[in-house]
Design a binder for this molecule. Sequence first.
Ligand code: ADP
Ligand code: MG
Ligand code: MG
Length: 213
Amino acid sequence: ASRASGVIVLDSIRAIKNMIDTNVEELGRLDSVAGDGDHGIGMQRGASAALLAAEDAAAHEAGAGSILSKAGDAWADRAGGTSGALWGLALNAVAAEVGDVAAPTATVLASGVTAALAAIARFGKAQLGDKTMVDVLSPVAIALTESAEHGLTARDSWKSAALIAAEAADATSQLLPKIGRARPHMEKSLGSPDPGAVSLALAIDAIAAVMNS
Ligand code: ADP
Ligand code: MG
Ligand code: MG
């Protein structure tokens, strides 16, 4: 187990939790356009539980992968909702790829996010363009893979991925929801971004700030 990557993971989960606390009302508002309005509160429950679990694991000298896995389990247990289950799966998929490595390389980040995307797609069955968090995670996985192939550092590849994530989340405004709770109210959602896509892009940005600090 390495302290370096464990600290980045713990700091990242804390940054995500703080970002959710700041945006809890806005995420709820976005989910109330066509969904059931609980995305902010669900993400807040999940991220808060994940941070407690991550702090506990880190206090026991756990490495990055173990911290992520404990955080993912806590998130899925406590968040409720579709996005909570998907975040739990995603964090566990990243955990399995990352393991307890010394330092996350660009290649590890790319394979971790690619594994998270595969886990979410397998469980949730969303296709690209269905107006879900997949519409952010998919271009991010592609961008990270290309950055790693071009030899970018982990920090630079994540930084450019965060910009792509923000653009992709914005672009979901133009989509009609094909899956999930927003599906029955699809026309109401036009012009408003998908809440799960927005929160994911904000989380990726919060991690970018940690990697740049
Ligand atoms: P719920 O819809 O159960 O109330 P949330 O409001 O917390 O859960 O999360 C809604 C978000 O979950 C959506 O905005 C979307 O991004 C994501 N989502 C819902 N269903 C799926 C799915 N099948 N695959 C991927 N993401 C999904
Ligand atoms: Mg909801
Ligand atoms: Mg709900």
